[in-house]
Design a protein around this ligand. Structure first.
Ligand code: SAM
Length: 191
């Protein structure tokens, strides 16, 4: 690896936000998955979670632009177990849904350890996810369409999180463990 590439990867790792993650519940269209991973990488997420009820989606190089190498995807088959794991890691679990009890996504404190769950393209999030959430959040909609594309919704929320974390100086304080940094630097990105 050239010294320039080594320095570039080190800089990327300095800004990773391991306590901010996405949880994708049965989001299955490949172009959406790839766009989600690309945005996750751009905001500095180190890993995301994908819950599959039936078939597993694929993250393709084209739309993801190689970001899949830098964002680890953990695969799960149970919403309840995944949310329990995220809560056990100390993360608040936000479920994105257009419900009456949902709060505006800009009212959330994303400087806290946070997992943001997004639902399937057609059916949205499961009842189980809604029941287990710490908070429901919504992006206000005033047009004819009732919802946004899932990757667009994630980009809006992730960039609000990025804005808050930047203001709080969280991109200035390296947060990855020494072991994880070493693994990425010397064993390459995520396979
Ligand atoms: N008919 C589905 C429903 O009733 O939820 C629409 C699903 S939407 C296309 C896919 C996912 O994008 C949703 O499950 C949610 O995670 C996210 N999403 C889309 N628009 C949103 C909004 N305005 N506020 C919050 N989340 C939104």
């Amino acid at each position: 690896m050239s010294p320039e590439r080594f320095a570039r990867i080190n800089k990327l790792l300095d800004r990773r936000q391991p306590d901010l993650t996405l949880c994708l519940e049965s989001v299955h269209k490949n172009h959406n998955l790839s766009a989600l991973i690309r945005t996750a990488d751009a905001v500095g997420l180190h890993e995301v979670h994908a819950i599959w009820f039936d078939r597993k989606g694929k993250i393709k190089g084209g739309t993801a632009m190689g970001s899949q190498q830098w964002v680890k995807v953990h695969h799960h088959d149970s919403t309840a177990e995944t949310i329990a794991q995220l809560k056990a890691e100390g993360k608040q679990v936000l479920v994105t849904h257009l419900s009456a009890s949902a709060i505006d996504f800009r009212k959330v404190d994303y400087t806290k350890p946070t997992a943001i769950l997004f639902g399937q393209e057609k059916h949205g999030v499961s009842e189980q996810a809604l029941a287990l959430a710490d908070q429901h959040v919504v992006i206000p909609m005033v047009g004819m369409a009732q919802s946004l594309n899932v990757s667009v919704a994630a980009a809006a929320i992730l960039y609000e999180a990025q804005r808050q974390r930047e203001n709080a100086g969280m991109y200035e304080r390296p947060q990855l463990s020494a072991d994880e940094r070493h693994r990425v630097l010397f064993e390459g990105g995520h396979p």
